[in-house]
Design a protein around this ligand. Structure first.
Ligand code: OGA
Ligand code: MN
Length: 288
């Protein structure tokens, strides 16, 4: 059966250290052997794109569940879910209806991050479906944290081995304060999770830098200034262009990325354009 799937889908790697396009798969009608081929390509390339998909929330959730149990969408600015009947669907949009944003992240920049890394058990994967997309605007960038770690000078790799970092839970990547949190905290009090700076991928066994989010990050056990200097250096290194690939969206694109070994960010776009995406996030395991 694997041979059949190989004939049916085509994996076209992008000219970057990560990312590939899957051609010939319809996510609404996927058999097990095709899924197995997609999963294999995903573990190898870390980010996959499938164009021309037409799926509703049921099909998005059914496809996503093939990777594992779904996590609930993150806490919004208001504390109310954007899709109350669908707690597992995260709405990413700048559209405002009756004065209320229908989704998160607006039209501004979304800074480099890994989804929900402020949780003790962050999601393995995110699946993002472009329902209504202004073509040529709001590109989404990915960087390969396994390639970044491999290229890091040996002295730096030794320095960060065994260090853990605090990941801020209070704001999303667009800087929006989530419901239930204060404006500011001391580094010790800051709500969030502690994770190793280098994590091992439980499925591939390979190691990646795990930085998560820069805002309010703190390397445990280091004085504030030293922590900031170290993080600035790691972030500047990890997000160098040679480790990145950029997604230029079309309506109907589905992206699947591996939060264990990539980070992503989004360019700001003209707020008068409409952009609507639905995302699911697949439950992971505690980083080690
Ligand atoms: C996300 C995200 C980027 C975008 O869905 O997790 O960061 O392109 N979105 O809107
Ligand atoms: Mn994100």
């Amino acid at each position: 059966m694997a041979a059949l799937a190989e004939r049916l889908i085509e994996v076209v790697p992008f000219a970057a250290p990560l990312g590939a396009e899957i051609r010939g798969a319809d996510l609404a009608h996927l058999d097990d052997s095709t899924f197995a081929a997609i999963k294999q390509a995903w573990l190898e390339r870390k980010v996959l794109r499938l164009r021309g998909q037409r799926i509703d929330d049921d099909a998005l959730a059914d496809f996503s569940r093939r990777f594992g149990k779904l996590d609930k969408a993150p806490i919004t600015r208001t504390g109310r879910p954007h899709e109350p009947t669908r707690p597992e669907v995260t709405v990413i949009s700048n559209i405002v209806v009756n004065g209320e944003p229908i989704g998160g992240l607006g039209a501004g920049e979304a800074e480099w991050h890994t989804d929900m890394s402020y949780n003790e058990v962050p999601p393995d994967a995110s699946v993002l479906y472009g329902i209504e997309v202004p073509e040529g605007h709001g590109n989404t960038w990915f960087c390969d944290m396994e390639a970044a770690l491999a290229a890091l000078p040996a002295a730096m790799r030794e320095r960060i081995a065994g260090l853990t970092c605090k990941h801020d839970a209070t704001r999303n990547s667009a800087g929006e304060l989530r419901a239930g949190f204060r404006e500011s905290y001391t580094p010790e009090e800051l709500p969030g999770a502690l994770h190793p700076l280098v994590r091992t991928h439980p499925e591939t066994g390979r190691k990646s830098l795990f930085l998560g989010r820069r805002r309010n990050a703190h390397v445990m056990g280091l004085p504030q200034e030293e922590s900031q200097r170290l993080l600035d250096e790691l972030w500047a290194f990890a997000t160098k262009p040679e480790f990145t690939w950029v997604q230029q969206w079309k309506t109907g694109d589905v992206l699947i990325w591996d939060n264990r070994c990539v980070m992503h960010r989004r360019d700001p776009f003209d707020a008068s354009l409409r952009r609507l995406m639905h995302r699911t996030q697949i439950q992971g395991s505690r980083p080690y």
